[in-house]
Design a protein. Structure first.
Lengths: 156, 650
């Protein structure tokens, strides 16, 4: 089976029904993708498949065959990934950090200028227990509105 | 009866070389049951296999014969009491004689799950007469002690290493000791490393939760709303074993009379045994339960007397020089009134209280406090240590305090850098590994900044003295490395009498006021928080952004506690042990928050800092319930689910 993971073609000998999450962590050694619930509720395992955020814990690897998978290790390859990573550091968007890879990948498809409502909707499937979310909204907002840099982001 | 091939490793209590209990406060909880199980998740037998897939469905190959007894799930009908506490201040009868009115009430809170996003997990690596455990945990020396007792090994043969930990909130205070013991027993028997990671269902079913509580108030007041007598009864459901119930109850009862002045107080507390998995540490540690009760009660009193909730609190709020329920005389940093006034101002509480009346929106507030550090003589008993080692470029921090997302490493490094007079980047923080770091006490009780941070500040000042005129690198080149260690000493005059349960319960207190504005859907009874204001006085915000992060995060957990987080127990087992139906706040539920920080330095805290981590979860639930009362819903138990609200419609 062939996957393009973070821009690199991977030929894997995995059962087609194996969870994409386990393939990434165990077969590819990419442990940045986290498991929080194993049932598609918390979003900690979010990755991008062809640019769309999915829960890798409920995605069989067969579903990703021949497609482009981006994990947190490759997030900087996306248009917004690097800015999001920097903004999460700068605005306290990460506390314990376990939800952060999923948050960043769920936010990555957002377009510059996205509203708070757009941000909330993009992150609706991702749970964080540390921040209560306002700092995550501020981080994503800052990444998507680079001109506002230096000023306090509006989103709360 | 076990029917397994030799590729499996199975272990029971007979495989334990030392003592079969999880060492904590009491020696009552077995690591593996011998002939009695008290709850549905009690471990009996451990099974390991090199391939985790081989373990799926393994329970079908094991038969355990049970003789059943009738379980008890009602803490008020329990046959075993883990702990009772009595606090008496003044003469309660006199207080009621002085009263014009008496208001009574009963308030209930349910279990709450910490719900760290990373579940509990450890790896045990056996060695020649030794054991190393790596794990997601808060308190490495708790695990260290449990393993020493279990394996009958001396301290230097047990090593505990904290791995990056995906959240704790108290849920990784005591349970990792149990899990580490299990992995160690298997690793010892298998002669190879064993990894145990709970899946979400296992974690929800088996690990500790916040203690459910029943709190009853009988309060005497003058007609103009001054407290004359507070008679309070606190019952906490401990679950099947003692774990930390005694100290959860302790913090609970000490905070039960709220941030209020009253000369005549009687508080009685009991922690009772029931047949559910043990309840344990969760951010707030007893204080959210009892302060929910007093704060919901205060608004009922205000209604009863026809006084507005702000005025009632202004008349009774503790001020510098007043004494608490335990008779502790409060210092200059006592800030109940400043936080109340600031929160009322910022939220436009008084105006909205008038304009929202009679609409589907309501606004409510809560005033609360939280003692920083271990309760009573706890810090003296812990006698925590912290060390600082000179390096070629600055200094390295050696503490057993864990980073679990709250900012331990950054905040400690800031304190040391400032006290030593070097840049932040000159400070390293050693990983938490019992082979290298001293026992700084557990990472709990809002003590990591105020207590351990203060030890580090002392280390840094001692180091600076020794360096004289030299910079760290100059000194290092000339004389080489050295290490400074500081050990906790109580501030002068801090006295606690554990027999009478009186005296200085905490070195200091942080103070806070929450205002919640919300809307109730009159058809579905769904509650939507519209605006949340939290003003906190925390001595000094060492890292303001992270302090705000603690307040926002704790406040969100408190709103979950108030509205949606319901652990449904069925026959002593959590019936909704999934994220699908145990509902924590999602991004869509996040209400806008306005956070205000006030600073009134505590003289014995590092740069004036007090604790901040736990307090934010004490206040949101009563503020929500008081806002619901403003909308016409008389709610006295949480969570205030739509079903409960429908019944509570006035």
């Amino acid at each position: 089976m062939k996957l393009i993971v973070n821009g690199r073609a991977r030929h894997l000998d995995a059962h087609p029904m194996k969870r994409l999450l386990d393939v990434l962590r165990e077969d590819c050694g990419l442990t940045g993708t986290k498991e929080g619930c194993g049932e598609g509720e918390c979003g900690a395992c979010t990755v991008l498949i062809d640019g769309v955020a999915v829960d890798s814990c409920i995605t069989p690897v067969a579903h990703a065959e021949g497609r482009k998978v981006i994990t947190i290790e490759g997030a900087a390859r996306t248009r917004t990934g690097k800015a999001l990573q920097n903004a999460f550091v700068e605005h306290g968007g990460a506390q314990c950090g376990i939800c952060t890879p999923g948050m960043i990948l769920a936010a990555a498809p957002l377009k510059p200028g996205a509203t708070l409502h757009d941000i909330k909707t993009a992150l609706a499937g991702n749970l964080c227990r540390c921040t209560g979310y306002p700092a995550i909204f501020r981080s994503v907002d800052a990444a998507l509105h680079p001109r506002r840099k230096g000023k306090r982001a509006r989103a709360r | 009866r076990i029917n397994l091939s030799s590729a499996f490793i199975a272990a029971d209590h007979s495989d334990i070389p030392g003592q079969n209990y999880v060492a904590l406060i009491e020696a009552d909880q077995p690591c593996l049951a011998v002939d009695e199980v008290r709850h549905v998740a009690e471990p009996i037998l451990l099974i390991a296999h090199a391939d985790k897939q081989a373990l799926i469905g393994i329970d079908a190959k094991v038969t355990i014969d049970y003789a059943s007894e009738k379980p008890n799930y009602d803490p008020e009908k329990a046959s075993l009491c883990f702990k009772t506490i009595a606090i008496d201040k003044g003469e309660i009868d006199r207080g009621f004689r002085d009263a014009d009115v008496v208001v009574e009430g009963e308030y209930r809170t349910g279990h709450q799950e910490q719900l760290y996003i990373e579940t509990n997990g450890v790896i045990a690596v056996p060695g020649d007469g030794q054991m190393t455990v790596y794990g997601s945990l808060q308190c490495p020396y708790y695990v260290h002690k449990a393993l020493m007792v279990l394996l009958n090994l001396p301290p230097d043969k047990v090593r505990v290493v904290q791995t990056e930990t995906g959240g704790g909130f108290g849920g990784k205070e005591e349970y990792p000791s149990m899990l580490a013991c299990h992995a160690a027993i298997l690793a010892r028997k298998a002669g190879r490393p064993v990894k145990m990671i709970y899946d979400r269902v296992e974690d929800l079913v088996a690990t500790t939760k916040r203690h459910p509580s029943i709190v009853r108030h009988r309060t005497g007041l003058t007609r103009d709303g001054r407290l004359t007598a507070m008679d309070i009864d606190v019952v906490m459901d401990g679950g099947a074993y003692a774990t930390l119930s005694a100290v959860v109850l302790s913090r609970g009862v000490i905070h039960a009379s709220g941030p209020y002045r009253c000369d005549h107080i009687r508080i009685r507390g009991r922690a009772m045994m029931t047949n559910t998995p043990p309840n344990g540490a969760f951010r707030g540690f007893g204080a959210p339960q009892t302060q929910f009760a007093i704060e919901a009660h205060m608004d009922r009193i205000a209604d009863h007397l026809g006084i507005d909730p702000v005025t009632l609190r202004e008349r009774n709020a503790l001020k510098p020089g007043d004494t608490t329920a335990t008779g502790q005389k409060l210092g200059k940093d006592t800030s109940a009134l400043p936080v109340l006034r600031e929160a009322v101002r910022r939220s436009q509480f008084k105006k909205k209280r008038r304009t929202l009346k009679g609409t589907s929106r309501g606004i409510g507030l809560s005033l609360f406090f939280h003692g920083s550090g271990f309760t009573g003589g706890g810090e003296v008993k812990l006698a925590s240590k912290a060390s600082l080692e000179l390096t070629a470029t600055g200094a390295r921090i050696l503490v057993g305090s864990t980073e679990i997302g709250q900012g331990t490493r950054t905040m400690h490094a800031q304190i040391v850098a400032d006290a030593l007079g070097v840049p932040f980047d000159a400070i390293d923080v050693h990983g938490v590994d019992t082979a290298f770091v001293p026992d700084s006490g557990p990472t709990v009780a809002s003590r990591t900044c105020m207590i351990v941070g203060k030890l580090l500040e002392r280390c840094a000042r001692d180091m600076k003295k020794k360096l004289g005129e030299l910079t760290p690198s100059q000194y290092f080149r000339k004389h080489g490395a050295f290490t400074v260690t500081a050990q906790y000493e109580p501030p002068p005059g801090l006295l606690w009498d554990d027999d009478r349960y009186a005296g200085d319960a905490y070195g200091s207190y942080a103070w806070s006021c929450n205002v919640v504005e919300l809307e109730v859907d009159p058809v579905t009874f769904e509650v939507v928080p519209i605006n949340v204001t939290a003003v906190a006085e925390i001595g000094k915000a060492i890292h303001p952004m992270m302090a705000i992060g603690q307040i926002e995060g704790g406040t969100a957990q408190g709103i979950g506690y108030a509205l949606t987080e319901e652990v449904v127990m069925k026959d002593g087992r959590m019936a909704n042990a999934q994220l699908t139906n145990y509902i924590i706040p999602t991004p869509m539920d996040a209400a806008p928050m306005d956070i205000g920080i006030l600073e009134r330095p505590y003289v014995h805290g590092p740069f004036g800092a007090k604790g901040v981590g736990e307090m934010p979860i004490d206040g949101p639930a009563p503020a929500v319930i008081n806002a619901l009362r403003h909308c016409g819903y008389d709610v006295r138990s949480i969570p205030a689910t739509p079903e409960r609200l429908m019944k509570a419609r006035a």
